[in-house]
Design a protein around this ligand. Structure first.
Ligand code: ARG
Length: 285
């Protein structure tokens, strides 16, 4: 089966200043054991490396506890970083830090139009030829339109109505070119139909399975690094030939995030390649 073209390089941020200091989603409560969080985070970096991925690290910043969730930083399109913009002021300070990291790592930095909110790849996932992006909770349809114009790809927007499913990456995990884990009940009816039409072989979660954050996983080739794996999900993945690696990220689910939230893929190419048309053929001849 044709593997995903991305998922071999990730940006992560250590939980040096991580805590649950405010609540901007309904999962956020409890006291974080920061030492344990660091152990879990290191375990995750190890699991990704063992699966064959590279991990880059951005320095953590005091008073930006959710900066560990790098998937919300922005979108990488080849050598360009499209800086995200956060919905809530508690996270707004992260954007400049991530943009500075990108600029220092030879990425051109692009910015969203005023007023557009886009919480990174965590709310805008490549799925086959399209991007699936959430709105209604965090990101805005104006941001979807910008990304669609930038990349030349269709952005399939899904309305996320239930506050528990505030980012699309809690409900969708592309596995390879034909398959994805998906929880369509989180979407409006038209959005669910449009997403399902893009997945020839879906692994559909029920609400209990989705609440384990099983869809919030990182795929490295044929390895699926997951925060939890309900047995029927594990059986389906193994029948398809995937290796499942479960990493306990329990200190991070206290803030409403898990594996994918903690890992921004740096090897995504979103701009659609322009097909060689007649003009190009003439140029060559
Ligand atoms: N506390 C963070 C927030 O609510 C968690 C972000 C999780 N990230 C994700 N990609 N789902 O913004």
């Amino acid at each position: 089966m044709e593997e995903l073209s991305w998922g071999r390089r990730y940006l992560m941020c250590p939980p040096t200043h991580y805590e649950v200091a405010y609540a901007i989603n309904p999962w956020m409560h409890g006291v974080v054991d920061r030492d344990l969080a660091m152990v879990q985070w290191l375990d995750l970096t190890e699991a990704l490396r063992r699966a064959g991925a590279e991990v880059e690290v951005v320095e953590a910043v005091p008073d930006l506890p959710d900066m560990v969730f790098t998937a919300n930083a922005g979108l990488v399109d080849g050598a360009t970083f499209i800086a995200g913009r956060m919905r809530w002021p508690e996270r707004a300070g992260e954007t400049d830090r991530f943009a500075a990291w990108a600029a220092a790592h030879d990425l051109a930095v692009a910015h969203l139009p005023d007023g557009a909110v886009l919480e990174g790849l965590g709310d805008c996932l490549p799925l086959g030829e399209v991007l699936v992006a959430g709105h209604g909770q965090r990101s805005t349809t104006s941001a979807h339109a910008f990304v669609s114009g930038w990349t030349g790809r269709e952005v399939v927007g899904v309305e996320l109505a239930d506050p528990r499913w505030y980012h699309v990456d809690l409900t969708l995990c592309p596995l390879d070119r034909r398959r994805a884990i998906v929880f369509p009940d989180a979407y409006d009816a038209a959005g669910a139909r449009a997403v399902m039409a893009q997945i020839p072989e879906p692994l559909v979660l029920d609400a209990d399975q989705a609440a384990t954050f099983a869809a919030n996983s990182a795929v490295v080739g044929r390895t699926v690094v997951m925060p939890a794996c309900p047995p029927p999900v594990g059986r389906a993945l193994e029948a398809w030939g995937f290796d499942v690696v479960v990493v306990d990220v329990g200190e991070f689910t206290k803030a409403g995030g898990a594996v994918l939230c903690l890992t921004l893929p740096l090897d995504t190419r979103l701009t659609r390649a322009v097909a060689a048309g007649p003009a190009l053929v003439e140029d060559v001849a």
